[in-house]
Each structure stands twice: as C-alpha cells, then as structure tokens.
Design a protein. Structure first.
Length: 302
C-alpha cells in the first residue's frame, strides 16, 4: 500500500470521525504522564535528569511497541493508518476554530471569548473582537503546524513509530514544557525534544503557508520577524502565515495574570472573523499540497 494512500486513509478517518469521544489513547497517555511527573517531580523538585528519565519511560516503550506491531505484515497497514489517525488533529482544529469565527460573525463576543479560550492558553475574558480574531488566527496557524503538518512529516519519515514518537513528545511538551518554578528543570527535556522534532516541519509549514498566499510578503515576514519570536519554531510558522494572509498578528497578550508584549508578525490590517477561516483554509490546502507532492514523488520513483 503506497504511503500517499495510507495518509489519505488516515486523513479521511480523521475527517469522518474526528477525535474519539471515548477512550482516546492520548487521554490514557496523559494520565500516565501525570503519574510519572508526580513520581519524578514531587513538589517541583525534579532535576533535568529526572525529566529525561520520565520522558524515556513515557515515550520509548510505546514507540517500540508500535514498531513491533508494524513488523507483523498482516497488521502493518492498519497500524500505520490508525497511528496516523490518532495523531492527527485536523478535524479537531476545524471544530474549535469555526465556532469562534461564527460567534464573531453573529456579534456574540462573550461566546467568541469562551470558544477561543478553548484554543489558547492566554486570558480571553477581556478580549475585544479584534483580540479574539487575532488569538483564533494565531492558534490555527500554530496548531496547524503542530497537530497536522508535523504529524504528517514524521509519518512520512518514519511511519507509525515516527508519528507516535512525535505525538507523544508533543503531548509531553504541552504538559511539562512550561518555564515556571514547577517545570523549569523537570520539563526542560520535553521542551527541547519537541523543539528538535518540530524544527524541520515548522520550516516546511512556513514555506507551505507562503506558497498558498502572498509569497513575497510571507517570505519577508519570515526572514525579518521570526527571529524576534520566543519560540524557534512558532516564529517562522506564524510570521509566514501572517504574511501569507496579509494581516498583523502578535502584540500584547495576557498569560497567567502577566501581560506579555509580543513582537508584531505579518503586515496589514488586524484580523477579523474571516481570517480565522482563511487560516483554516491554508491548513487544509497545505495538506492537499503535501499529498500531491508525495503522490508525484512516488509516481516519479515507481
């Protein structure tokens, strides 16, 4: 079974079913990660070495199990498809983004604030319409990279074990990768490993966003603005995405009671409801573009 067909099957399952409502594997993994953190980081006292140990115990056995299952010829294609399906978050991203845009179009700002709060970690209670649209657009661009394209990249590179390794690592970064007193040392490994795993995918995503919109502006924003962003991977993705859409992102945002002045990304007017939808369309079109390129590559080497 060709790689492109397997990816199409995984994407189709995600589009048709979305995330499992019950017994999602990542929910069980999250409980395991919480127990490991309690064991190796009691009261925030763990060191970097404890974080490395906990990361290995959480990720490597499941990655190895996935690899072993792919060695069973009769199961390999099914393991590939379902591993990709469980790792993808395309429909979930759509289901979170669209209600924000719809609430803004209806002029229901309280509902829009509530819905965008499900997508971002910043405080959304005082956001105005522009702030909600900005937060939603930024979330779609960044999560499109993390939850969709990076998963596809690692599946293309290393099959089911690769996408499992990536998704579990990304989940641990979301749980442990905070720069606060509790996780500064213990979460260091989870944050750094996720940065490494996302380095190449993020730049491919930035290029993809650029090709699907205002190419010259996206590339200029990527080159000039991305280095000013705190995250080495989110910077290129969001700067290129903002330039591609022709909107201005970044600026002040409140996280855990503290206001952070973030660098400006992109050029143009502030985003509106339609820009959340345009960002989502970039993600979907990007998946189609990657599948087309992969298909042409497979045909070319056949």
């Amino acid at each position: 079974m060709s790689l492109a067909l397997i990816i199409c099957a995984g994407v189709a399952l995600d589009a048709a079913l979305g995330e499992p409502r019950r017994a999602h594997p990542l929910v069980a993994f999250g409980r395991l990660a919480s127990r490991l953190e309690q064991r190796f980081n009691p009261a925030g006292g763990g060191w970097r070495s404890h974080g490395v140990t906990a990361w290995c115990l959480a990720v490597l056995p499941l990655t190895l199990l996935t690899w072993l299952l792919t060695q069973v010829t009769s199961l390999a294609w099914a393991v590939d498809i379902f591993a990709l399906y469980f790792a993808l978050g395309l429909r979930s991203l759509y289901e979170h983004a669209l209600p924000v845009a719809q609430a803004l179009r209806l002029g229901d700002l309280p509902l829009a604030r509530e819905r965008v709060g499900w997508m971002v970690s910043r405080n959304t209670a005082a956001l105005d319409t522009t702030g909600v649209a900005r937060a939603g657009t930024e979330s779609v661009l960044e999560n499109g990279s993390d939850a969709v394209f990076a998963a596809l990249f690692w599946f293309i590179v290393a099959g089911a074990p690769g996408v499992v390794l990536y998704r579990l690592s990304n989940t641990l970064d979301a749980m442990w990768g905070y720069r606060n007193e509790r996780f500064e040392r213990f979460g260091w490994a989870a944050a750094k490993i996720d940065d490494v795993l996302n380095y190449i995918p993020a730049r491919l995503v930035a290029l993809t966003y650029a090709l699907l919109g205002n190419v010259a502006l996206a590339l200029r924003c990527w080159r000039r603005q991305a280095p000013m962003w705190d995250s080495p991977n989110a910077g290129p993705v969001m700067a290129s995405g903002a330039g591609s859409l022709g909107v201005s992102l970044g600026g002040a945002a409140e996280y855990h009671g503290e206001v952070h002045e973030r660098p400006r990304l992109g050029e143009g007017p502030a985003p509106r409801a339609r820009d959340i939808e345009r960002a989502m369309n970039r993600v979907v079109a990007g998946v189609a573009l990657w599948l087309l390129c992969l298909t042409l590559w497979e045909v070319g080497i056949a």
